[in-house]
Structures are given as structure tokens and as C-alpha cells.
Design a protein around this ligand. Structure first.
Ligand code: DHB
Ligand code: MG
Length: 238
């Protein structure tokens, strides 16, 4: 397919203009469709005050999307790979019933300390089990009789997504919903010149999802918004 090449400067300029619009529309969505939750606002504030980057959180409308997927599917047991500040974790915890549980795994000690502070301040600490470690190691070390998870959010290092997918499938049941964040990366996924391990990891993820014997259906949605141009992949376990 013919695709005109944009210079890097043209690409940056058109992205800057588009980004302002995407952020303004995200603000509009938030202002009109749901009231900001003071607990979640506090999580963002605390994260910023301690000097951590803001771009690693999901956007608020994306957090709401995760929460609604959990509610639609009446999920009780959630597994999250990549906690960062626990913003998405707290969003998901809010959507869970009384006996809900989230295991969230974070590889960086500075992030897990921040996450635990935010979790403790949120009032959802009784539902959230936040653990430090490489997600693959923590999942492998779960006891064999651990009940399967109903909802899984993969949002850790992109390079390892194919490995995470297999480990998550082994901890799923028929009907488990798996959401994978950041799978489009401003179209870098289709840029053949980009051979970064993270981008190749995403390509390997798509290959693994395609015709996977354990997956009933899967898709990916491109997203634009305050976080730029990216996307989610979504799978239902067979
Ligand atoms: C990055 C990671 C994320 O999970 C995300 O949502 C956005 C950015 C990053 O590593 O840059
Ligand atoms: Mg992410």
C-alpha cells in the first residue's frame, strides 16, 4: 500500500497540534461523563508531588473503561502486571464487589513503594495485594491451587508481553478477559524501521494472539487522548 513519507519535523508538528485536541477532548469526556473521584485525584497528586512521571498512568477515561469491563463481566479476581502508582489498580478495585481481589505486580521497588502509599490512602488496601518482582517470576511462583483470574490487565514491560500472555493464559478460565495496554505505540508497531525490543515484543504478541488455541476471540482498538496515540488489545479466553 502506498504511504507518503512525512519528514520527522512534519510528523512532530502534526502530532503536537493533534495532541492538544486529543487532550481537550479527553478533558471534555471527563467533565461530562463522570465526576472525578477524589481518591483517584489524590493518587495522581501524590505521584506528581513525589516527582514520578505522569505518562505511565492510564488516562481517567481508560481507567473507567477497565472498571466497566470488570463490572460488565462481574469479575471478582483481577491480575494486573505493571502497577506503577496503582492508579489503574485503584480504579479496578472500585469496580469490584465486596469479596473482590486484585493481585498487582510491579518490577520496580520505587514504584511499588509509591503504589503501596497510594493503595493505603485509597481505602482499598483490603482488596489489593501489591507485590514486588518480575511479573513472570511472581506468576510462576503462585501456588498451583491458586484460583484462576477473571480479568487480567497486562501493562508491564512491552518486550515481555508474549511471555506474559502465556503465563496469564495458564492462570485463566474459560471467559477470562485479558486487556493489554500500549499495543499500538503511535503506529510504531507497523514501522519496519523500528526494531526496539519493546516494539518487537508487541509484534510477537499479535502473532501469538492470532489463531491461539486458548483464545476464543481477540481484537485491538487504537486510541487517541491525553496519553497520545496508542491502543489496547482485548482477548477472551476459550
Ligand atoms: C509507557 C508505559 C505504559 O504502560 C504506558 O501506558 C505509557 C508509557 C512507557 O514505558 O513509556
Ligand atoms: Mg500502560
Amino acid at each position: 500500500m502506498f504511504k507518503p513519507k512525512m519528514s520527522e519535523i512534519e510528523k512532530n508538528l502534526s502530532t503536537i497540534t493533534a495532541q492538544d485536541t486529543w487532550t481537550a477532548v479527553d478533558d471534555y469526556i471527563e467533565q461530562h461523563l463522570f465526576a472525578p473521584d477524589p481518591i483517584l485525584t489524590k493518587t495522581l497528586q501524590h505521584t506528581e508531588e513525589l516527582g514520578f512521571p505522569g505518562h505511565l498512568h492510564v488516562a481517567s477515561n481508560q481507567g473507567m473503561f477497565l472498571a466497566m469491563l470488570i463490572q460488565m463481566n462481574q469479575c471478582k479476581r483481577v491480575l494486573e502486571l505493571g502497577t506503577f502508582a496503582a492508579y489503574s489498580t485503584i480504579y479496578m478495585a472500585k469496580a469490584l464487589p465486596e469479596d473482590g481481589y486484585i493481585l498487582t505486580i510491579e518490577g520496580r521497588d520505587t514504584h511499588i513503594a509509591l503504589a503501596q502509599e497510594n493503595i493505603d490512602a485509597s481505602g482499598y488496601a483490603d482488596k489489593i495485594d501489591a507485590r514486588l518482582g518480575r511479573a513472570a517470576d511472581v506468576i510462576r511462583s503462585l501456588p498451583a491451587d491458586t484460583a484462576p483470574f477473571d480479568f487480567i490487565f497486562i501493562d508491564a514491560d512491552k518486550q515481555s508481553y508474549p511471555e506474559y500472555l502465556e503465563l496469564c493464559l495458564a492462570r485463566s478460565h474459560s471467559g477470562t478477559v485479558i486487556v493489554m495496554d500500549n499495543v499500538i505505540r503511535a503506529a510504531e508497531i507497523i514501522n519496519p524501521e523500528n526494531q526496539k525490543p519493546s516494539i518487537n515484543g508487541l509484534r510477537d504478541l499479535f502473532t501469538a494472539l492470532q489463531d491461539h488455541p486458548k483464545i476464543a476471540s481477540c481484537t485491538a482498538m487504537q486510541t487517541v487522548g491525553s496519553k497520545g496515540y496508542d491502543g489496547f488489545a482485548l482477548a477472551i479466553v476459550k
